[in-house]
Design a protein around this ligand. Structure first.
Ligand SMILES: [Zn+2]
Length: 139
């Protein structure tokens, strides 16, 4: 017997969106005012600490700091995947809202069909940034 999953009430979605936006703004404010390169209270990447290798997220906080201060090239140097993912997320959001505005269905904001391609890109990025020939991808 297959029962459909419970529907999420629109009020809960709105609350989650507001909560996520508030968290995002709070994190953005902290990163904007406290440079991750000079303040030690930021969490250390445990993967990097244990292995000495860069994970796909290494350099992300520094990239966010650089982006928030308008230094796009430094952000790309710190974590190109993060910068590209932010751009892709923004384009996806714009596409989603565009379709919603014109009453067309875009399926949903996070489509499952994008999961494996995104994970594959993150895996390739992780491998490349740890190779000496692609050291420019390391923070
Ligand atoms: Zn890391």
């Amino acid at each position: 017997m297959n029962t459909p999953p419970p529907k999420i009430a629109p009020d809960n979605v709105r609350f989650a969106a507001i909560l996520l936006a508030a968290i995002g703004l709070g994190v953005g404010a902290v990163v904007f005012f406290f440079n991750p390169a000079t303040h030690a209270f930021y969490p250390v990447c445990q993967f990097h600490r244990l292995t000495g290798l860069n994970c796909p997220g290494c350099g992300m906080t520094r990239a966010l700091y650089a982006l928030l201060h308008g230094n796009f090239s430094a952000a790309l140097r710190d974590n190109a995947l993060f910068v590209m993912a932010l751009g892709a997320l923004g384009m996806r959001g714009a596409w989603f809202e565009w379709n919603k505005f014109y009453g067309r269905s875009s399926g949903g904001f996070f489509l499952v069909k994008f999961l494996w391609p995104l994970l594959s890109v993150a895996l390739v990025f992780t491998i490349l940034r740890n190779l000496p020939a692609f050291a420019f991808l390391s923070p």
